[in-house]
Write a protein that binds this ligand. Structure first.
Ligand SMILES: [Zn+2]
Length: 298
């Protein structure tokens, strides 16, 4: 049972933590507030026992608050907006992977656009979405898969020296669902009076602009996999193994219940659905996804 004191403690601890990490740099107030709330949300969701990973996550990620629209910084990135006037992305995560003589070096950067004016809750959701990808990439980020090195982020893997990509959109769908749980936790903290005025102000900005299911970036694929995400034991297994990097255990568990190569096929259908522009083929992919999901959920 959480109390007003617990929530105040959590926020104070998160603030102290972020201020300590930022101690040698000047961080704009707007960005700092988002970091406080994000940090509290991540602690609330993963638990204080994961403090080492959370510390690593905030220490190893460079947060860049920029006046530019993301399209100016990344002209080649496909940023999806809801309509043509609204092509402005609130936050983006980029990672550069370099091989040193003995190990791998990963530079993680989150760009947060100060140019974005669509709403505070929407931008905070986007920042926490990116942070949550990194939280699920802190343990075992580089692994060997079929003989080549891959960069792992949650359940997705991308070949470092090649073109192979797996589970990219399934990872996005699960990350979106998990992020909305974190936002819900933060939203519930809004019922308590927060002693720290800076945090109270930031939390209010979030609460007043928040509504559930507002993250529409992956709206095409999220509802189809949501019943699977919410069913036990898949839910707990995914949360744990996505974090530790034992993706094969998720795969084996799902395939044992649904059929040989079922997770691979489900993932392929999710990719096809996300990339499809035609209503008829979207329906076809949704039906196929539903077949896999309902076989697990039944
Ligand atoms: Zn994402």
């Amino acid at each position: 049972m959480q109390t007003k004191e617990d929530v105040n403690q959590l926020f104070l601890y998160s603030k102290y933590f972020i201020d300590y990490i930022n101690r040698n740099q000047d961080v704009p107030k707007e960005l700092k507030e988002m970091q406080y709330l994000s940090c509290a949300g991540i602690f609330a969701y993963y638990g204080v026992q994961e403090v080492d990973s959370i510390c690593k996550l905030f220490q190893k990620t460079k947060f860049i608050y920029t006046q530019k629209a993301m399209e100016e910084i990344f002209p080649d990135t496909n940023i999806i907006g809801r309509n043509n006037d609204d092509l402005y992305c609130p936050a983006l995560f980029v990672s550069d992977i370099m091989r040193t003589s003995s190990t791998w070096k990963i530079n993680r950067k989150i760009y947060v656009s100060s140019y974005y004016k669509q709403g505070y809750a929407e931008q905070l959701t986007s920042v926490i979405h990116e942070i949550n990808h990194i939280m699920n990439n802190i343990k075992n980020p580089i692994c060997k898969h079929n003989g080549s090195f891959v960069f792992r982020q949650g359940i997705s893997i991308s070949e470092i020296y090649g073109e192979t990509r797996e589970n990219l959109y399934l990872e996005e769908a699960f990350n979106t669902l998990q992020t909305s749980e974190i936002m819900q936790l933060l939203f519930l903290f809004g019922q308590y009076e927060i002693k720290d005025k800076e945090i109270q102000r930031a939390l209010n900005k979030f609460i007043y602009s928040y509504h559930a299911n507002q993250d529409t970036t992956y709206f095409m694929i999220v509802p189809s996999v949501q019943p699977l995400y919410q069913t036990q034991p898949f839910y707990s297994l995914l949360k744990e193994k996505r974090y530790t990097g034992d993706i094969s255990m998720i795969k084996e568990h799902f395939n044992q219940k649904v059929g040989e190569n079922a997770l691979e096929e489900l993932s392929r259908e999710v990719d096809l659905l996300y990339q499809s522009d035609f209503k008829l083929s979207q329906i076809k992919h949704k039906i196929k996804i539903n077949q896999f999901v309902s076989k697990y959920v039944r």
